[in-house]
Design a protein around this ligand. Structure first.
Ligand SMILES: Nc1ncnc2c1ncn2[C@@H]1O[C@H](COP(=O)(O)OP(=O)(O)OP(=O)(O)O)[C@@H](O)[C@H]1O
Ligand SMILES: [Mg+2]
Length: 274
């Protein structure tokens, strides 16, 4: 039985189509021993939107992303996905449901080439095992061709043709972040989770990354959940913003709504922390 009825969507001022609710976090509480990283938080994510999660250091943003990706299991609350309560799942099972992510600290295979790193994003799409590959060479070959084609499309899209053979270890930080995005996209996710995709980047790199996030959303309709500290970027990119502070939700709405929210202003000015 469905847990919620699908809702109607809406069209944004700039003509982008936002759909009904894709995922709902319902009364999520997550503890690590005595530390309560997330305190009774509820919010939803709509199909096609760019949803930001912001908040000061230690607010619980990455923990929330880790709940969505199945890496952490909350002690209380439910994750409702496509209208159904999601059972406790391992991260690879969540990935198979079309949810891909990047990490706050880059997690690539440094010794491998850019191309090979991106290919690892296709693992969920590889059905033929070694035995089948030996027995049905044709089928395995077809699968390999399809995977290659998809990866090449993403390499073109993110403009990284020139570094395709380069070992990741030799790349500057900004490009590593882009390769990580490429690997996540290789999985053809319907929901993309990005943990600080622009952290440590210079202005130009941030502009590039912002453009790619918007282009991905435009071109593939990818629903994106984004953690970011740069307020300018958040205000520019996102349709709606969840604000966290000390594990609690203190704001939720459009960029304009949260910008003028008293509690949010206090948290950012540090008043609430004194
Ligand atoms: N695996 C863990 N074990 C114990 N405590 C944890 C763990 N992960 C997070 N925490 C704690 O939970 C709280 C929230 O951490 P989290 O990393 O989610 O914050 P954040 O908002 O992502 O911060 P930042 O902006 O610094 O990345 C912090 O107090 C942190 O120390
Ligand atoms: Mg974090």
């Amino acid at each position: 039985m469905r847990d919620t009825a699908p809702e109607e969507g809406y069209v944004t001022a700039d003509g982008r189509k936002i759909g009904g609710v894709a995922m709902e976090m319902r009364n999520i509480t997550l503890r690590f021993g005595g530390v309560v990283a997330i305190k009774d938080i509820s919010f939803d994510i709509r199909w096609g939107e760019i949803r930001a999660i912001i908040g000061p250091n230690g607010a619980g943003k990455s923990s929330m992303l880790n709940v969505i990706s199945g890496f952490y299991h909350p002690q209380e609350g439910d994750v409702i996905f496509k209208g159904y309560k999601r059972p406790k799942m391992r991260p690879y099972q969540v990935a198979r449901m079309g949810i891909a992510r990047t990490f706050q600290n880059i997690a690539l295979f440094e010794g491998m080439s850019v191309l090979d790193n991106i290919m690892t994003g296709r693992l969920h799409h590889m059905k033929a095992n070694l035995f089948q590959q030996a027995l049905w060479w044709g089928r395995a070959q077809r699968e390999e061709d399809e995977n290659r084609e998809q990866v090449e499309k993403i390499i073109d899209f993110l403009e990284i043709q020139h570094i395709r053979k380069t070992p990741v270890a030799r790349l500057p930080y900004g490009l590593k972040k882009r390769v990580e995005l490429a690997r996540a996209l290789a999985a053809e996710p319907s929901i993309l989770l990005l943990d600080e995709p622009m952290a440590g980047m210079n202005v130009e790199e941030k502009e590039d990354m912002s453009r790619f996030i918007l282009d991905v959303n435009d071109e593939f309709g990818t629903t994106t959940v984004l953690i970011e500290h740069d307020m300018g970027v958040v205000m520019d990119l996102s349709d709606r913003v969840v604000v966290m502070d000390y594990g609690k939700k203190i704001g939720d709405g459009t960029p304009d709504e949260v910008r003028t929210n008293e509690e949010v202003i206090k948290a950012y000015l540090g008043v609430a922390h004194e």
